[in-house]
Design a protein around this ligand. Structure first.
Ligand SMILES: NC(=O)c1ccc[n+]([C@@H]2O[C@H](COP(=O)([O-])OP(=O)(O)OC[C@H]3O[C@@H](n4cnc5c(N)ncnc54)[C@H](OP(=O)(O)O)[C@@H]3O)[C@@H](O)[C@H]2O)c1
Length: 265
């Protein structure tokens, strides 16, 4: 199936590893011109090499911290410079996960940091990419959130709070700009095998007095599919949402969780 991504310019943030890296690879494999961002130049270079080996496509890298609004501005400006059509057609807004913890255990300054990381960076990037999307009457806004949006997890308070805000933002933007050929959706990962899941397993292992391996096994047990997901499984949906065939899919939160979220919607 040709997704119609050849020649489209994509910016994927938080993309040196895990879900972001898998999304960047999937988009490059479909022929999109891709810029990847994260804080660490070496990790980005290694990810770019892997994508080149797997797809034959060279991705551009832009180093920057999504917590810092000035970096976010620069990430957009450098991405536009790096893309041959000087515009971002597809924004995949992904970040690192906020620290886990129950309310009174979370240091107060983590609230502001997580607001910048999860919500503000996505809002600022959307503001930056939208005018060119409106002008060309085509655009794709895809925000990676979490199943915590559909079913909050008690020790992921920062995630529950700011990703819910991002979901409301995405829905509103989708309503306003759908008539301009722009779709906006969130993709909600369940337990997926990345560095973040290892961090979460370590933190839960401490709380529960069991080993991180046992926590991981419990994640798989909680999932009807009987296993945790692979980043490529989420990336396949992101590539589809980015493509021409997804033109009528907008304003929706798509779980990719092996059935872990137990609600009807
Ligand atoms: N994996 C799961 O099971 C799961 C489930 C639900 C939700 N999620 C959420 O999905 C998102 C991606 O998760 P993941 O599992 O792929 O995490 P991951 O493996 O830890 O990858 C996070 C990526 O974001 C980058 N990053 C972190 N902080 C950044 C910052 N301040 N500025 C720019 N880049 C930054 C990291 O690279 P650098 O270190 O190079 O900056 C890395 O490339 C996270 O928000 C996570 O909470 C994950």
């Amino acid at each position: 199936m040709d997704l119609g991504l050849k020649g489209k310019g994509a910016l994927v943030t938080g993309a040196s590893s895990g879900l972001g890296a898998a999304c960047a690879l999937a988009l490059a494999a479909e022929g999109a011109e891709v810029v990847i961002n994260s804080r660490n130049r070496e990790k980005l270079a290694s990810c770019a090499r892997k994508i080149l080996d797997a797809t034959g496509h060279k991705v551009k890298v832009v180093v920057g911290d999504l917590v810092n609004p000035h970096d976010v501005e620069r990430i957009y400006a450098e991405s536009v410079q790096a893309l041959s059509q000087s515009r971002v057609d597809i924004l995949v807004s992904n970040t690192g996960g906020p620290v886990a913890g129950y309310f009174l255990d979370l240091p107060a300054d983590k609230w502001e940091e997580s607001y910048h990381l999860i919500l503000k960076s996505a809002v600022d990037l959307t503001r930056a990419v939208l005018p060119a999307m409106i002008e060309q009457k085509w655009g794709r806004l895809i925000y990676i959130t979490s199943v915590a949006v559909l079913q909050p997890l008690d020790d992921l308070l920062l995630s529950n709070t700011f990703r819910a805000g991002l979901t409301g933002f995405c829905k509103t933007v989708s309503n306003t700009y759908a008539r301009h050929g722009i779709t906006a959706n969130t993709v909600c990962p369940g337990y997926t095998a990345t560095e973040r899941l290892k961090e979460l397993s370590a933190s839960r292992a401490k709380q529960q007095g069991i080993s991180p391996e046992e926590v991981l096994a419990n994640f798989a047990k909680l999932t009807p599919a009987g296993r945790v997901g692979e980043p490529e499984e989420l990336a396949a949906l992101v590539a589809f949402l980015a493509g021409e065939r997804a033109a009528y899919l907008t304003g929706t939160a798509f779980p990719v969780d092996g059935g872990a979220h137990k609600g009807l919607f």
